[in-house]
Design a protein around this ligand. Structure first.
Ligand code: C5P
Length: 221
């Protein structure tokens, strides 16, 4: 694809619940198109890590916002991985722990935290593919290409149990809790293409997304 055609893609939003495959799909789509991908959940995870380290009550919205104002949280999008720096320290590897999983929905529920994340994300220059919960519905309502991935709780728990060192029932229970807490953010954009990923492998989902993009988009390096 030419540079101009790539730029024309704008923002490609890939939303869905936990472990629906959205991060891997966003990364794969971005790779196929030769554009960066952005994982919006990392900013919520970094805010949660900051709050835990500072010993702040995650339910205290003003205290959480004061911590965010007092520290530098930087998301660095890339074509193969995203890195997150907290006051210059690369904390990327500390963001996918069961402790962050358990606290993140509470931090992400604060409207001012959501506004802060939206602000950071809207500073990233397009084109890029971005995964999240409300990228198509709220943060980038004018995005030209929106996707919403779904999968059963069972299938998502199976996928996540493979990534974390915990048993399936515990993962499914934690995920159901997080779905309930995230429910408000989980409403799909009305103009999103829905893809049920239960019976599809990663490459097939990426293919479905690429099929919906302008002709030629899928034939990139
Ligand atoms: O996508 P990921 O699992 O990394 O997201 C972690 C958490 O961040 C979610 O459970 C949700 O609470 C929050 N989140 C959100 N909106 C987004 C992305 C993530 O509320 N767009």
């Amino acid at each position: 694809m030419t540079r101009a055609a790539r730029a024309d893609l704008g923002v490609i939003t890939i939303d869905g619940p936990a472990a629906s495959g959205k991060s891997s799909v966003a990364r794969g789509v971005a790779h196929a198109l030769g554009v960066p991908f952005v994982s919006s959940g990392l900013l919520y995870r970094a805010a949660t890590l900051l709050v835990a380290r500072a010993g702040i009550d995650p339910g205290d919205e003003a205290a959480v916002m004061a911590a965010l104002a007092g520290h530098a949280v930087a998301l660095e999008p890339g074509t193969t991985a995203n890195r997150v720096r907290l006051d210059g320290e690369d904390v990327s590897d500390a963001l996918h722990t069961a402790a962050v999983d358990a606290g993140v929905s509470q931090v992400a529920a604060h409207p001012s935290v959501r506004a802060w994340v939206g602000e950071q994300l809207r500073r990233v220059p397009p084109p890029f593919a971005i995964d999240g919960r409300d990228m198509g519905s709220t943060v980038f309502p004018d995005a030209r290409h929106k996707f919403y991935l779904t999968a059963s709780l069972e299938e998502r728990a199976r996928r996540r149990a493979g990534e974390r060192d915990t048993d399936l029932a515990a993962v499914a229970a934690a995920m159901a809790r997080r779905d309930a807490l995230d429910a408000r953010q989980l409403a799909p954009a009305p103009d999103a293409h829905h893809i049920d990923t239960d019976a599809l492998d990663l490459d097939q989902v990426i293919e479905r997304v690429l099929e919906k993009l302008p002709a030629g988009a899928a034939s990139v390096p």
